[in-house]
Design a binder for this molecule. Structure first.
Ligand SMILES: [Zn+2]
Length: 70
């Protein structure tokens, strides 16, 4: 990912997973910093319906939440 200000490649600082039972709107916070200028970037990611289904298929081989609804 490029720096918004100077187009340098940002350095990945780490991911923070929010607790599943928290009320937070987002699931993952990624920290990035620019090695060239004083820029710090936080990327908030939210698992939508598509991401959740993909994750379940990876974990369980199928979308389990559809079973739970029935
Ligand atoms: Zn920069």
């Amino acid at each position: 990912m490029k720096c918004w200000h100077c187009q340098s490649d940002l350095i990945w600082g780490g991911d923070h997973d929010f607790e599943e039972d928290s009320d937070g709107e987002y699931d993952i916070l990624t920290n990035l910093s620019c090695p060239t200028c004083n820029t710090y970037v936080e990327v908030y990611h939210k698992f939508g319906e598509i991401d959740r289904r993909k994750k379940e298929e990876q974990l369980y081989g199928k979308v389990v939440s559809d079973d739970l609804k029935e």
